[in-house]
Each structure stands twice: as structure tokens, then as C-alpha cells.
Design a binder for this molecule. Structure first.
Ligand SMILES: [Zn+2]
Length: 225
């Protein structure tokens, strides 16, 4: 269990946090999702940039990248959890979060394989390599929207939510069929329907173009993401 005191933001008690030692955190507890995303994107880009400019072994860069995944996923999930009004992270929530982190770290393995090939290719100008690093940082950062959403849905599972299509997207068949229907947030979670979840395996569009949200069916207040 992790104590999240809402009095002055929330505090993570050192030693009670299983995901990462408190001393490793550079993101600040209480940051909003936008701030976490901006910081994450910067950090990921710089690691990739440093790696691409260097001729060092990959290990230190990989470790740093993984640490940022760990921190940003934790803070995004906890931000969603706290925004849902939930106070203490349950064991179940912690285990879901650990699973999300573990699978992202697996993705990062193949990313660094790609980056190694890119680094060794002298035909490709450095500007293009940096563009690639920027694109990767953006893609990885987008994933935090789904992590936040998952935290929020787990924090408030019994609340009703209505799926609402985004304003400008080309709607995928999954989103179109969910549109306008109301279910408890736990139903969306159980079925894996998380709006704007980049890399989603359940949304036909993969979530990359998704601009949908889940709103309160009575007030229209946006709940997810
Ligand atoms: Zn959508």
C-alpha cells in the first residue's frame, strides 16, 4: 500500500513504494499529466540524442531510458488515480502498473536495437537521426495518456461513463460502436477500451488517431482521459 496524502498534493512514502526507490524520482508528485508528458518527452529525447552522438555501449543509456519509463508511468498512473479521488493505491493497482511498465520496457528493448542500427549508419545525416529520436520520444510520450486513463478508471471503477467520439478524427469501427453508450468505468477496463490509448490492442485504430473520451452521462464532465 502506498500512502497518498491529498492535503498538500500527495506524498509517496519512501520505502513503501515497490515500483522504484524514491531516491530515483525526478518527476515531482502532484504534477499534472501535461507536465509529466512534457518532461518525459524531453528526457527521452536527450537520452536518445546522447546515445546517437556517442560510441559508448548501450547499457547506461538503456538503464536511464528505463528509469524514465518507470517514473513517468508511475506518476501518470498515480495522477489518474488521485484525480479519481482514490487515496491509497491498492495491491491490484500496483500490479497493473508494474505490468504496464514491464511491457513498455520490452518495447524499449527493440527501440534501442533500432537506434543502434541508426547510429552505425554513416550515410544518414545527424539531423535525420535527431528527427527519428524526436518521433520516438513523441510516440513514447503519447502512451502516458493511456496509463493515466487506466489509473483513473481503476480509481473509480463503479462510476458510469459515456463514450464520446472526438471532434475531428476518422472514427474507427470500435470507437463508432462504443459511441453514445454508457457503462461503468470497470466495464471499459475489463474490455480494454481505453480512449486515446496509444498502441491499443482493442481499438481498431490502435489508438494512435483516437481523440475520443469518456464523459459523465449526466453532466458531460470529461472523465477519461
Ligand atoms: Zn476513437
Amino acid at each position: 500500500m502506498t500512502d497518498l496524502s491529498m492535503a498538500d498534493g500527495f506524498m509517496i512514502k519512501p520505502g513503501e513504494w515497490q515500483i522504484a526507490p524514491a531516491s530515483l524520482f525526478e518527476f515531482s508528485p502532484g504534477q499534472g499529466l501535461d507536465e509529466i508528458m512534457a518532461e518525459y518527452q524531453d528526457k527521452l529525447f536527450v537520452v536518445m540524442q546522447d546515445y546517437l552522438y556517442s560510441s559508448d555501449p548501450v547499457t547506461a543509456y538503456r538503464n536511464e531510458f528505463n528509469r524514465y519509463i518507470n517514473e513517468a508511468f508511475t506518476f501518470s498512473f498515480v495522477a489518474g488515480w488521485a484525480d479519481a479521488g482514490a487515496s491509497a493505491l491498492t495491491d491490484e493497482a500496483q500490479s497493473v502498473l508494474s505490468g504496464l511498465i514491464a511491457s513498455e520496457i520490452q518495447f524499449a528493448d527493440s527501440l534501442f536495437t533500432q537506434l543502434k542500427t541508426l547510429r552505425e549508419d554513416d550515410e544518414i545525416p545527424m539531423d535525420d537521426k535527431m528527427d527519428a529520436a524526436h518521433a520516438h520520444a513523441e510516440g513514447y510520450t503519447q502512451t502516458l495518456v493511456g496509463v493515466y486513463a487506466e489509473g483513473k478508471m481503476m480509481g473509480e471503477p463503479n462510476r458510469d461513463g459515456k463514450w464520446e467520439l472526438g471532434a475531428t478524427e476518422q472514427h474507427c469501427t470500435t470507437c463508432a460502436s462504443l459511441n453514445g453508450k454508457t457503462h461503468p468505468l470497470s466495464w471499459y477496463l475489463d474490455n480494454g477500451y481505453i480512449p486515446q490509448e496509444a498502441g491499443s490492442g482493442t481499438l481498431e485504430c490502435g489508438g494512435w488517431q483516437c481523440d475520443c473520451s469518456i464523459v459523465d452521462p449526466k453532466t458531460g464532465e470529461q472523465l477519461i482521459p
